[in-house]
Structures are given as C-alpha cells and as structure tokens.
Ligand binder design. Structure first.
Ligand code: SF4
Length: 234
C-alpha cells in the first residue's frame, strides 16, 4: 500500500522539477541579455576610443557629446582599450578636459570678469618663495622669483580675483566663501579633472589649464597661453 506522505513527496518533486524547467530559460535569457549588453558597451567604447584618438591627433572634435558620454560613463573601459593598443591613456583625460573647457568657455566669457576667480597651484612658485600661508592661500609679495607675481597683477588689473592654493580643499572653501560665477584653474591633469567635476556638481563654469610639467615643486605653465587666455576672455 502506498504511503500518503510518499505521494506528497512525489508531488513536491514534480513541482520542483517543473520550477527548475521554468527557471532555466529565465537564466538563459538573463545570460544572453548580459552578453549582448557587454558587447554593446564594448562597441560603444571602441567607437568612443577611436573618436578620442582621432580628435587628439587632428584637434577636430567630431560627435563631442558621444565622446563625452564615453569618457564619463565608460572611462575605465576606454582607458583599458587605449592601454591594450599600447597608447597613452592620459589622452582620454586630455580630450575630456578639452571638451569640457569648450562647453564651459562660452558661459565663462558671458560671466562678468569680477565674478571670476583664478587658482594657481602652490607648486608653480619658486623654491625660494617667501610667501606665507593665510586663509586666502599663499600671500604672494611679487618678489620676482617666479612668474606668478606678474601674472597675478596682470589678472587683477583686468578684474579677476587670484589665489595661490596648496590643494583642492582650499579651492572648495574659497569657492564657497567668495561664490564666483566662473573659475579658471591651473593644475596637473588629475587636479583639473577633479576640479571640473566639482564645477559640474555645483553648477559653476569651470575652465582648466593643464601644466606643461607637473609635480610637487617647480612645475611649469605655458605662461603665453595663460596671458593670451585671460586677455582674450576679458
Ligand atoms: S613672485 Fe610671489 S609666488 Fe612667486 S616666488 Fe615671489 S612671492 Fe612667491
């Protein structure tokens, strides 16, 4: 005679088998979606990388919106592709900064000059710099040992407010205190990238000027480019 509990178990087994038959196609579908999505993102990253490389070489920026999308959302993948073909992945940051600068520049120009701040990094000073640190950054006394003194005076005569800062936390604090409408930041690629991201978050028109030679001390800026920029954007 069959035990009723055996029937119950057999029924449960059938139910579980049916469920696993139903779940299997679901897993297959999910797996396929993931593969297609990964392939789609890879294609986007390849196209984005090609455009970035082309723009860097020719200085012609085609499909800037798409490039910015691939730099912002697919940065890791795009940089990995650059490294894969033995290209310098800092090109991605370089093109990203150039694009963001281009977008901000029109708004920067429309901003009254007295609402613009300029930030120099302290590493641009001479090693013998006698300036002292205050809550407003390093206090340059225009000793003549580096170009900052002259650049600061020129920019201030045009109406800019100029600060020499030891780090990005200083910039954030001074921006909150002085509430500018636009800023021009000088710094290494990493600082400029972070600075432009900060500007996007707080809806400030930010333009970045990358140092010719980065480092902790004795960094180098293309001063001709700097003077040309502040006089042109006057
Ligand atoms: S010019 Fe200003 S920033 Fe440059 S070394 Fe002299 S005090 Fe320092």
């Amino acid at each position: 005679m069959t035990n009723p509990s055996d029937n119950l178990l057999a029924g449960e087994n059938i139910h579980i088998t049916k469920m696993s038959i139903e779940i299997e196609p679901l897993f297959t579908i999910i797996g396929e979606v993931v593969v297609y999505l990964a392939a789609f993102l890879l294609i986007l990253a390849i196209v984005g990388s090609f455009l970035i490389g082309y723009s860097f070489k020719t200085e012609k920026f085609i499909f800037p919106g798409f490039m910015l999308f691939s730099i912002t959302l697919l940065e890791t993948l795009v940089k990995a592709l650059f490294r894969f073909i033995k290209m310098d992945d800092s090109i991605v940051d370089n093109v990203g900064i150039t694009l963001k600068n281009k977008i901000s520049l029109r708004k920067f120009r429309d901003t009254p000059i007295n609402e613009r701040l300029i930030f120099f990094p302290q590493c641009l000073r001479a090693l013998t710099c006698p300036s002292k640190l205050s809550s407003e950054g390093m206090q340059c006394i225009s000793c003549g040992a580096c170009e900052i003194g002259r650049a600061k005076k020129t920019a201030e005569m045009l109406g800019y407010k100029v600060y020499i800062v030891p780090g990005s936390s200083f910039i954030r604090r001074l921006v909150l205190k002085h509430k500018p409408s636009a800023i021009l930041g000088v710094g290494c690629m990493t600082e400029i990238k972070a600075g432009l991201e900060m500007c996007e978050k707080i809806q400030l028109f930010g333009v970045g000027m990358v140092l010719e030679k980065a480092g902790c001390v004795s960094t180098v800026l293309d001063w001709d480019k700097f003077y040309k920029f502040i006089e042109m954007e006057n």
